[in-house]
Design a protein around this ligand. Structure first.
Ligand code: ADP
Ligand code: GN1
Ligand code: MG
Length: 355
């Protein structure tokens, strides 16, 4: 590990760098994340990505309001999961500028692990139960107190506009590589109208907005859900997005960037377990309309991610972390394969959702 980084991060907690250890955690696409160990104490240290999060203080403020709300619920025995909390750093701050970059420290959730691909229905059930429990614990949270950390984050119309802009500015080689994928995405814009119609009848709730599988932690002893993490995009929205992002990241047998497209298909038993886990805490709060809207989320999210990955590919990979030149294109094609598979399985998915 780079000793300069280790010195810098140790400084955040006034620790002697010689008695700390640092390792990189690379599962997220946005922030830079490290595990900082000091004897038996462990901390998560994150450098927030200011290209993505223009106002990091607002993100921390949102997360802390949610932390407090969940804390109160936990004290009333109404929230069974662990809570990720911001830790006060050297200057008595929750967000610290070091070399002009914003850092924060979180409590490390001990005895936990995250997954990038769901291995079995029990894992899907536990993860969906966790995200459902999280949403249900926030049903009485005042959404007006949250800052909009990213404008139009799940605005499909705007995502199509960003794709169109990227096409006009892109280099020809990259544009040619994904012309067909772009054409297909643009042919699916009718979903925008479906979304507009249905959302008129839905309640605005606190959404996590990034319910992908590696944003929750399992207990390494019981393998049950332990914590919902990565609260950076919690904002007012519709639950269909959270449900859709779970379907997108739990149900395929392949990781989001796999090029093994034949295997990018919805696994029925995983979908069943997901629905059961998510609805257990939420169904009592939901109308029939809201419950049935979730299926639209399952279509919207892989399509929206294809559009976002294609946009970033055309923009020369400025948003998502990539490990190789075609990474964003591979992700986009993977998500399109998943989207098409969902379209061909819609009817049984709807039956399971509504039974
Ligand atoms: P990003 O915003 O880049 O996705 P995350 O906040 O999701 O970053 O963190 C990346 C990974 O770090 C997670 O998938 C998880 O494996 C690990 N992680 C993050 N926060 C914690 C925590 N409080 N305790 C334990 N592991 C964590
Ligand atoms: C990003 O930060 P991470 O890796 O949990 C992205 C999500 C995407 C996801 C795709 C702030 O999530 O919106 O769905 O990648 N987060 C942001 O894997 O853009
Ligand atoms: Mg994450």
């Amino acid at each position: 590990m780079n000793t300069t980084v280790q010195n810098t991060l140790s400084k955040l907690l006034k620790l002697n760098p010689e008695s700390t250890q640092l390792s990189t955690i690379s599962s997220g696409h946005i922030n830079s994340t490290w595990l900082l160990t000091h004897f038996d104490q462990r901390f998560i240290v994150q450098k927030l990505n200011t290209h993505v999060f223009k106002h990091p203080a607002q993100l921390v403020s949102n997360a802390q309001l949610i932390e407090q709300h969940l804390n109160t619920k936990q004290q009333q025995n109404n929230y069974p999961l662990d809570i990720v909390k911001h830790i006060n750093t050297c200057n008595n701050e929750y967000l610290t500028m070091l070399n002009e970059e914003p850092y924060r420290v979180l409590n490390f959730i001990e005895h936990s692990y995250s997954e990038d691909v769901v291995k079995n229905p029990a894992q899907a059930h536990q993860a969906a139960l966790a995200f459902g429990t999280f949403a249900s614990a926030l049903h009485d949270f005042d959404t007006a107190t949250l800052h909009t950390v990213i404008d139009d984050f799940h605005n499909l119309t705007m995502r199509f506009e960003q794709l169109n802009t990227a096409m006009t500015n892109s280099n020809k080689r990259r544009l040619n590589r994904c012309k067909n994928d772009i054409e297909y995405c643009l042919s699916q814009q009718h979903l925008v109208n479906e979304l507009k119609t249905i959302t008129q009848h839905l309640p605005v709730r606190v959404c996590h907005n990034d319910t992908k599988i590696n944003n929750m932690l399992y207990c390494s002893k019981t393998h049950k859900a332990k914590a919902v993490i990565d609260l950076d995009t919690c904002m007012p929205g519709f639950l269909l997005y959270d449900f859709g992002d779970m379907v997108r990241t739990f149900c395929s047998a392949e990781a989001e960037d796999s090029t093994n497209l034949d295997k990018v298909i919805i696994r029925k038993e995983i979908f069943e377990a997901l629905v059961k886990g998510y609805l257990a805490p939420l169904q009592p709060l939901m109308s029939n309309t809201e419950q049935s809207s979730l299926l639209l989320g399952a279509k919207i999210m892989p399509l929206m991610l294809s559009v976002r990955f294609l946009t970033d590919y055309l923009n020369n990979d400025v948003y998502f972390k990539t490990t190789h030149a075609e990474h964003n294109l591979e992700r986009a094609q993977n998500q399109l394969a998943l989207y098409k598979n969902i379209l061909s399985n819609e009817s049984w998915m709807y039956k399971i959702l509504m039974q």
